[in-house]
Design a protein. Structure first.
Length: 378
């Protein structure tokens, strides 16, 4: 993507300008960000997605008289949802990009941001008056109005205290600063912790393009676990030795030499940038818990890839200076193979000519990934 090109999606800003002025800083409202935008799926299609076990969904109902909200987790059969004529309810369907090619395609508009930061496309369907209450999210979000109208009240808040009488995280004292009525094709970007409250004005659908940012704790856990696996597999694993150990009259005390050895080995792994980079890439590309790939009936052969290969919409592929990562697995890559694997991750596909330029080992991996359903013949 040309990051110096003004985009209607960003109200005529270039991605470079948007990142400098708005990203993680302040909201941006863009009217007709996607002119002539057509919803990616109809209401019955969305409701059908929410019936499936592998699709994460929630139903949020406002209780009359500001008494709070009721929340239930899916899947939902059609009869388990309130009547379409009933006001004040919302169905939230998470990860639609994993289930629908068109949703995955929509996310491509946002690839001026690193893939490692992108989370998913959530679709919310609401009847008149529906909404999830005034709240703030920890992550950046682009709210795209896809169908009907939604009124957004937004504001920076001093008081972020939450109501304690309802299962949703709803602000107790929301004070909006601005109100916007979004129509189909309009887009509202909100930075993390910016409070917002979206109210459906008639039946509507809103798409949330959500981002993720690792928390320190979960990141440390993911990396240390993977580093530990690497350490276990290391070939020249050295044993602790203690020829200087003296006779002990306090046998239960941990020897200082063993403490020093422990500190030394951990520090050695943490100080290894390639080992850390490998762990990070594997962690970042780990498929989400409900993701299943569809393996082809027959193992593909080179002849099946005559027009190239593309990443399956569920696949996550990233790279760094040393590695290529796909779906939680990291591979060392250098030279021409690295260049082509990076192309696969950035562009989402490789042509037949690209495939012919791969080394036999890399080509064997490509066939293996096709066999796992991670790549598809074009
Ligand atoms: C919604 O679309 O109903 C909720 C999205 C949000 O507030 O983050
Ligand atoms: Co929100």
């Amino acid at each position: 993507m040309d990051i110096h090109q003004p985009l209607p999606l960003l109200g005529g800003l270039t991605p470079e300008q948007f990142m400098k002025r708005y990203w993680q800083k302040k909201p941006l409202l863009v009217r007709q960000a996607l002119p002539h935008f057509q919803p990616l799926l109809s209401r019955p299609e969305l409701l059908a997605l929410a019936e499936q076990d592998e699709v994460e969904s929630r139903l949020v109902k406002k209780i009359q008289g500001d008494a709070g909200w009721q929340v239930r987790s899916g899947p939902f059969q059609r009869r388990q949802l309130p009547a379409l004529k009933a006001p004040d309810w919302t169905l939230l369907v998470q990860g639609v990009d994993l289930h629908l090619d068109a949703a995955h395609q929509l996310l491509q508009h946002f690839r001026f941001l690193p893939d490692a930061r992108l989370d998913d496309l959530m679709i919310s369907f609401a009847t008149d008056g529906g909404g999830v209450g005034p709240h703030f999210d920890s992550y950046d979000v682009f709210l795209l109005q896809a169908h009907g109208c939604r009124e957004w009240r937004i504001g920076r808040q001093k008081d972020l205290s939450l109501r304690d009488d309802t299962p949703l995280k709803v602000l107790a004292h929301f004070e909006p600063e601005e109100t916007f009525l979004l129509e189909p094709g309009d887009l509202l970007y909100l930075p993390p912790r910016y409070a917002h409250d979206g109210l459906a004005r008639g039946e509507c659908m809103t798409y949330s393009i959500g981002f993720r940012a690792p928390k320190q704790g979960e990141l440390a856990q993911g990396l240390l676990q993977r580093l530990a696996e690497q350490a276990e597999q290391a070939e020249n694993d050295t044993l602790y030795s203690d020829p200087q150990q003296t006779a002990s009259s306090t046998p239960a005390s941990v020897p200082a030499g063993l403490q020093a050895f422990a500190a030394q080995v951990t520090a050695r792994w943490l100080a290894n940038p390639q080992a850390l980079a490998l762990a990070l890439g594997e962690w970042l590309t780990e498929p989400k818990p409900r993701v299943w790939f569809e393996a082809p009936e027959q193992a593909p052969e080179m002849a099946d890839l005559a027009t190239g290969v593309a990443l399956d919409r569920r696949s996550k592929a990233l790279y760094d200076d040393w590695h290529f990562f796909i779906n939680g697995e990291g591979f060392r890559a250098a030279g021409k193979d690295a260049k082509l694997m990076r192309r696969l991750a950035d562009q989402g596909h490789l042509s037949a000519k690209d495939l012919h330029a791969l080394s036999p080992d890399a080509l064997a991996l490509v066939l293996e990934w096709c066999d796992s359903g991670w790549l598809k013949p074009l």
